[in-house]
Ligand binder design. Structure first.
Ligand code: NAD
Length: 288
């Protein structure tokens, strides 16, 4: 397929390269010259504007920093410039409301569109092992699925437009709470004289077991290799966790959902990211 890809940063660069590897003709655009050069190296055709990249594309994938930019790119350069009937996939993490608005307007112009945010960081984007949580109509999902499968290991339909973003922020709010809890338990174990490896051996097969412990342990040298073993180089940067927690709490407030721990996790990560935004989010254990 001819696929326009807009936003070739840390995540989009690897994702676009995987579409090329799957045999697609990728028409790339980014504001950054360096990102465009890397995309060219990976086999993409590069363009000077998003509009040119979208012209003649059968599908458009966007992987952009935030909702405002997503809206601007769709309004200015995608809608009316990609051929009618093309399928659009926004893989950025953005607020639920904007995702729903962009899909509504796009579909009013005779395109199909999904929101398809991802779980998995830069390594998963490069390896083609992302998880996609997808919101949109059945028809849009079926059209987007084979494109997403070339970039990920799991593609899950979460329901109507915006539900991919809803799944993403609920998941990441849970992850933030779970990581803080895991870090507190290891820090407390140490203060009580319990060796970290011994606590891991017990808790990883007991009821406190969770992903933050057994797949991404915040203690160096314990569990499978994780950012803790690389001095908390990300991984998933604390600044990005703050972005997702802000989206989560904003959505919770609008929906009237009670998220006491989510709000507390947001405050804890905001304070941490003020000084250590570039560190992996598991580095929160350093504050304990
Ligand atoms: P990034 O900043 O590395 O990449 C964003 C790219 O978009 C940049 O190359 C930038 O030049 C480009 N861009 C900005 N405005 C543009 C415009 N108007 N037109 C064209 N290009 C434009 O960010 P990233 O880490 O790749 O993240 C992208 C999205 O993925 C974000 O929404 C982020 O929240 C989400 N995400 C990131 C991770 C991660 O680990 N990095 C994990 C999951 C989800």
């Amino acid at each position: 397929m001819k696929i326009a890809f807009i936003g070739l940063g840390n995540m989009g660069g690897g994702m676009a390269a995987n579409l090329v590897k799957a045999g697609h003709e990728v028409r790339a655009f980014d504001l950054s010259e360096a990102a465009l050069a890397a995309a060219k190296e990976a086999g993409c055709e590069t363009f000077d504007t998003a509009r040119e990249a979208c012209a003649s594309a059968e599908a458009v994938v966007t992987m952009l920093p935030n909702g405002q930019i997503v809206k601007q790119v769709y309004w200015d350069d995608v809608i009316g410039h990609a051929p009618e009937g093309a399928v659009m996939l926004d893989c950025s993490t953005i607020d639920v409301e904007t995702a729903r608005e962009v899909i509504e307007v796009t579909e009013a112009h005779n395109y199909d569109m999904v929101d398809a945010p991802v779980s998995g960081g830069i390594a998963a984007a490069n390896a083609g092992t992302l998880t996609f949580m997808v919101g949109g109509s059945e028809k849009a999902f079926e059209r987007a699925k084979p494109i997403l499968e070339a970039m990920g290991k799991a593609v899950i339909h979460a329901g109507d437009a915006g539900n991919g973003q809803a799944a993403k922020i609920c998941n990441n709010m849970l992850l933030a709470i779970q990581m803080i809890g895991t870090a507190e338990a290891f820090a407390m174990a140490e203060k009580l004289g319990l060796d970290a490896q011994t606590f891991y051996d017990i808790s990883s097969v007991s009821s406190g077991q969770c992903w933050s412990m057994t797949s991404y342990c915040p203690v160096p040298g314990v569990g499978p290799e994780s950012p803790a073993d690389r001095d908390y180089a990300p991984g998933f940067a604390a600044a990005l966790m703050v972005k997702d927690l802000r989206l989560a709490i904003e959505a919770a407030e609008k929906a009237g959902a009670k998220t006491e721990l989510g709000s507390h996790a947001k405050a804890i990560y905001e304070a941490f990211a003020d000084e250590h935004g570039g560190l992996d989010f598991s580095g929160i254990i350093r504050t304990l």
